[in-house]
Design a binder for this molecule. Structure first.
Ligand code: DX5
Ligand code: ZN
Length: 219
């Protein structure tokens, strides 16, 4: 299994101080920064777009920090070039948001980013099996996308297990309700990229929380 990567979701941070929050998470030992992009259409919530990602990238130069952009948007094809220009490292689209998966993956790679594909709780893991050879990551959602602070859905773990069994070297990300209390379910199933919003930002000691998540995955 690939090494653990801990990706705090800045959605749980203070949006009035995004630069400070991103730098704080990097100092606390984050491997990646998870940036949640919501369009009010694919999900019933709005967050930020490429202009804000450009600003954060201006404050955290490429190479210093890895931007994992989780695109909860309809028509994910539309934003590939903007996010590449903004300095995104990974563009993770939702399987449910397009029918032209392979063309989209090619477009993301051609723009110079890694390509990820996310599946909602009701989408089976088998939906992405044929895409995996082209993908850099699969994200198995462990809540319905749209909001931070929801309860971890343990019943999504068989999907992680199925993916890990078939693809031992794949980066498998989980997102939603991850914390020290739920990490063992995800780690035992085979997830290695761990998104945590509330679980890190609301922890008494975020540095300790990030370290504990990493230890649970690498054990
Ligand atoms: C939910 C987002 C998540 C969210 C996670 O739609 O994709 O990344 O910020 O937040 P927590 O860890 O609080 O569930
Ligand atoms: Zn997310």
């Amino acid at each position: 299994m690939p090494e653990a990567k801990i990706a705090p979701s800045i959605l749980a941070g203070d949006f009035a101080n995004l630069e400070y929050e991103c730098k704080r998470m990097m100092k606390c030992g984050s491997d990646w920064l998870h940036i949640d992009i919501m369009d009010g259409h694919f999900v019933p919530n709005l967050t930020i777009g490429a202009p804000v990602v450009t600003c954060i990238r201006g404050a955290l130069p490429k190479g210093d920090s890895f931007f994992d952009c989780h695109m909860m948007v309809s028509e994910p094809e539309r934003w590939v070039d903007d996010f590449a220009k903004a300095g995104s490292d990974l563009y993770c689209f939702h399987y449910e948001a397009t029918t032209e998966h392979e063309a989209l993956i090619d477009k993301i790679h051609a723009a110079g980013m890694r390509a990820g594909c996310a599946i909602k709780p009701k989408t089976p893991a088998s939906a992405v099996f044929d895409l995996v050879p082209k993908l850099d990551m699969v994200l198995v959602m462990t809540v319905e996308p749209g909001f931070g602070g929801q309860k971890f859905m343990r019943d999504c773990m068989p999907k992680v297990e199925a993916l890990r069994l078939k693809f031992p070297e794949l980066d498998i990300e989980v997102d939603g309700g991850l914390s020290i209390d739920t990490i063992d379910f995800a780690a035992d199933a085979g997830a290695n990229v761990i998104v945590a919003g509330t679980g890190v930002f609301r922890a008494q000691d975020p540095q300790e929380a990030i370290a504990a998540l990493r230890t649970a995955v690498n054990k």
